[in-house]
Design a binder for this molecule. Sequence first.
Ligand code: ADP
Ligand code: F6P
Length: 460
Amino acid sequence: MASRRRLVVVSNRLPVRRVRRGGSTAWEQSPGGLVTALAPILKSARGAWIGWAGGSGRAPAPFTLEGVRYTPVSLSRGQLEDFYEGFSNRTLWPLYHDAVRAPEFRRRWWWPYVDVNRKYAEAAAATAKRGDLVWVHDYHLQLVPAMLRELRPDVRIAFFLHIPFPPDELFAHMPWRSQIIEGLLGADLIGFQTPTGVRHFMATARRVAGVHGSRGTLSTGGRHVRVGAYPISIDLAAFDRLARAPETAARLHRLRVRLGRDRRVILGVDRLDYSKGIDARLKAVAELLTSGRATPADTVFVQVAVPSRESVKEYAELREEVERLVGRINGEFGEPGLAPVHYLHRGLPQAELVSHYLAADVMLVTPFRDGMNLVAKEYVACRTDDTGALVLSEFAGAAHELKAALMVNPHDVDGLAAGIDAALHMPHAEGARRMRSLRRAVRHNTVFDWADEYLGAAWS
Ligand code: ADP
Ligand code: F6P
């Protein structure tokens, strides 16, 4: 990155967690591609990161970790309920994910959303210096760009949406649609994961805010706002390294022995979120077992589901549904010592995750809608010997890049079962050809390329 100007990142959560060390607690960087890519830039540009550090009540004091200055923002219990669980995760999240659950438009959640956005905008305004770039992330903070522009017209403002932007007709349901679009248009650059997101946003902005423009630029209030697609990615080298590590080979061996060396392994790894299509995937596995195309003796399905947003009703209901399906399949098709489905309701440490990717003959990434889906890219990054098959939903942002995957429509359970069956029986040469092509696609765009391209555009 050529520029020496400072970068200030603003996101709902800070990429840090508190851990116990000896008798006291300390901050530690959470694992994740975004922070891995941005931390070196922030460090060399003396940058800062503003966000929530978890919990409610008074925010912890600002601190420096590995050369990056972190400023926690406080959220009250009420703000967590109305801004985070309510407007962010029961209104925006389902609306932006094709309304796979009905979005709730509650007036009492709107003002807390405005208030919390103002709090983040004020924190950014207090931190940024003249000429700095302030990079605002994701759906929780869509009003921050315009609020910050009011407070600090002397900084550059960029926004990136990590989740999909919905079609115009769907976004039109939002009672506060003009405020959200005006909020976003406060940025100099608005980034989306895919060209589809760009197209949807441009159509909505023209209709809702009456702005003009084409080919990636909108004009509003005498300013130009650039709009573009910047598909996020992963730290390829880190996954490649872990996949080749001798400890991983030992871990993989243990895992394969435990799962049954002669069985084909199908894997799903997700946050336990209703957008991920875990239920449809289980129904497709049940279909394979019912039709005899798979048996518990020759195939095992492992679903690792990390708990997520557990206080939100729809997430608690999904957990019940997934656990009911797992119980039904194991009850119906299992035999003593031979369960067709292994379900882990927890996150795995990265080294374990990589050995699971390596154990999987078939990886199922079947969201009903997903901004990108990094799990798909992580799986591909780990398959250093070109083995393995990726079954990928055509509704994941990753489908734009990972064209050599076996594409499926997750709403079509029979089609999904057929896709898994095809992956299980794919001729070796075809599998290797597809995996080589997938690996080329991931190599072509790592999270470092993503950050470089986005920041290059934002700073130019
Ligand atoms: P989302 O951002 O919606 O959660 P992504 O697939 O883009 O979905 O990113 C999820 C990230 O969380 C990936 O880096 C993945 O490795 C990690 N992850 C998801 N599920 C698990 C799990 N069960 N255990 C460990 N890590 C997980
Ligand atoms: O992909 C969207 C996203 O909000 C990520 O930014 C975040 O890491 C993930 O979902 C988990 O969400 P939450 O912060 O609500 O636990």
